[in-house]
Structure formats: C-alpha cells, structure tokens
Design a protein around this ligand. Sequence first.
Ligand SMILES: Cc1cc2nc3c(=O)[nH]c(=O)nc-3n(C[C@H](O)[C@H](O)[C@H](O)COP(=O)(O)OP(=O)(O)OC[C@H]3O[C@@H](n4cnc5c(N)ncnc54)[C@H](O)[C@@H]3O)c2cc1C
Length: 369
Amino acid sequence: MKDYYEVVVVGGGIIGHAVSYQLNKNNVTTLVVEKQQSGRKATKAAAGMLGVHTENSNANEFYKLCQSSRDMYQELNWELYELTSIDIQLASGGMVELAFHEQEKQAIELKRQAFPNLEWVDQRQLKAWYPMLGKEAIAGIYMETDGHVEPSRVCEAFKQGAIAKGGKVKEDCHVWNINHVGKTFHLDTDEGLITAERVVIATGAESGRWFTAMGLVNPMIPVKGECLSIISSGIQLKQTLFCKDFYLVPKRDGRYVIGATSERYNQSSYVSVGGIESLLTHFNTIFPSFRDARIDSFLTGVRPGTEDGIPVIGEHPYLPGLYYATGHYRNGVLLAPATAQLIGDLIMNQSQKAIGTLVSPQRLAMVNS
Ligand SMILES: Cc1cc2nc3c(=O)[nH]c(=O)nc-3n(C[C@H](O)[C@H](O)[C@H](O)COP(=O)(O)OP(=O)(O)OC[C@H]3O[C@@H](n4cnc5c(N)ncnc54)[C@H](O)[C@@H]3O)c2cc1C
C-alpha cells in the first residue's frame, strides 16, 4: 500500500467512514486509519434513532442540520444497498414521546408548540395504541418523520461503499502523532509514516488530544452509555417509544433496544450491573408485559460529547488542510450524512458554506492566538 494520500481520515467509526464515502463518491481518494476494527466503539453501541424531535426543543440551526441529515438517509438507503448489498435497516415507523406526569405533559406541550407538525396524542388514543403499558400515559406526541437505522450496518455500508469507489482502509493501525510539515501532514502510525495533503480527525470520544495537540481548546466530554437489546415475539410495536428515563426502539430484525444510561467522563468499556439494573427498573415499571422477553445483548460505548453540546465540523482555524468531524454526542448516527456532506463540500469546494459558524472549529481558537 502506498504511503501518500490525498486525504487521510483518522478513525473508522460511522463518522469517519461516512466522510470517506462522500469523498470517494466524488473522486477524492481517501485512506481511513482505524486503530482497532471499524465501527466497534460508540457506533456499535448506538440505538440508531434519527431523533430529530427528541433531540431538539426548538427549530433552530442545529434542528435544521438534524432534519436535513435525517432526510439524506432516504436516498442513502437505496444508494448504499445498490453499491454494497447492505441493508441499513432504515425504519420510518415514527417515534412517540410519552408523558406520565403533569410536568412531562407540559414539556411535550411546549415541544408541540415549537413544532406544529407533530401530532398530539391524547390519553384515550394512547390506551388504544399501547394496551400493554403498565402505567397510564397521560399524553404523547407523535413524530411521524423520525425513524431509525442500524448503526453498525450503516458504518459497514459507508466503508464498503467507499472501497467500491476506490477508498482504502487500514485497520488495527493506531495513529500516534500528526505533524504539519510544509504543505503536508505526516502521520506516525503503527505501520510507519503516512503522508497526506489533508487529514480529517474522526476519532469520536478520543478526539480531545487532537485539539490540544493542534493548539485549540479541547471541547470534548466523553459520556459513557449502556443499553441492552431484548427479543419478544409476543409484542409488536411499530413506533419507537421515548420516555423520560429510557427509550424502546423496535428494530426491523425483531429486537427491541432499550437505552440508555449516561455518565459524563466515564470512559470504561464494560457493561455495568448498576447501569443495566437502572434501565430495567424503569423499563419494567412501564412495560411489565415484557418480563418474559429474552435478553439478546448488552452494549456500551462512549459518546463524543462537547462542552456546548454542538459537534465540531470543519477546518482548523489556522492549520489549512486539517479538518475535524467529531463531537456528535448522542447524534452521530443521525448526523453522519450531513457531517460527510459538510466536510466533503469543504474539501472539494474549499469554502465554508452551508451552516457557517454553528459547528465550526473556529469557536475553539485560543483567545490569544
Ligand atoms: C448507548 C448509546 C446510544 C446511542 N444512541 C444513538 C442514537 O440512537 N442515535 C444517534 O444518532 N446516536 C446515538 N449514539 C451516539 C453515537 O453512537 C455517536 O455519536 C457516534 O457513534 C459517533 O461516531 P464516531 O465515528 O465519531 O465515533 P466512534 O464510533 O467512537 O468511532 C471513532 C473511531 O476512532 C478510532 N480511533 C480513536 N483514536 C484513534 C487513533 N489515534 N488512531 C486510529 N483510530 C482511532 C476508534 O477506535 C473508533 O473506532 C449513541 C451512543 C451510545 C453510547
């Protein structure tokens, strides 16, 4: 394998492979360097919700980014299937946010005011839709356009799609250092020196060091999350249900994913008794009829959170050719298509268009530099 590339993407999660796919699709050849196996970190743990309306409380710029990214999955679904034969399991059954107390009801009322397109569901209707609930929901909102995908499959489809278009992938290869030398970048890796014209940092929750090393403020806050999947043939749910303490995602392969815990600065990689216990306690109260369901798997990963809750997507403020595509926190699956498009536009057109400053690394420049 050659050791000079137009673009090297560091990190083979859903974000790194999405960016790589977008570039190769447009004839920019990339190498993705992944220190383990692709898609085994936060990407693997994700429930895959495209939760535009569960993740936003008003129609601001971030909401618009989420919405446009969700919509891109419609076309990607077919495009990736044709190219790779991988079904990303796009499900568009919608999501329902449930309220069990007056305070929760007020919160969803506000959301309904912010997004008039959402449908109000009253207590009687909820009873008819969900007779299996062990506790009576007093109101809900139906978010018809928000579905979900299977994150590991999406990541693999982006990876295979990029390869089909000429991209390369090096796995089990750690990037230890990145040096700016003249107009190129030198990457010290487990497999020696790799030179690139441009580098994209897509290292998820481990991105912090690549801000500090490049003279920027480190915005990263790792947030551990745990979830589990169960299988129950007795109950058929079409919509994802979202409650205050957990969510339940009916996957197309028959599993239900129950998630997720949230623990800032915890970067451990094991599934804990306490984490699963707290999820199941909340879950069993609302869904006592799932008690006989079979446990399928436990999953954990560290979300790449940021201090301001906004991802970092764009070019380094004073190191041309170095790009960040990280900090997607709870929304990396949802935002992978839009992130890929933004980075692709930047690299191919050399202009910071689209959403401008919202996600730009410019906000992390040191005050005195
Ligand atoms: C429990 C849980 C549930 C979630 N549910 C959802 C959801 O429903 N919807 C949604 O949109 N998002 C969800 N998320 C968030 C989503 O998983 C993340 O935002 C997304 O996976 C981030 O992708 P990434 O590619 O940036 O990071 P990762 O998937 O973590 O990939 C980063 C990769 O970089 C590699 N790497 C790191 N350092 C180096 C190095 N020095 N050299 C080479 N490689 C390196 C790592 O090995 C890793 O493979 C959830 C997360 C968790 C934990």
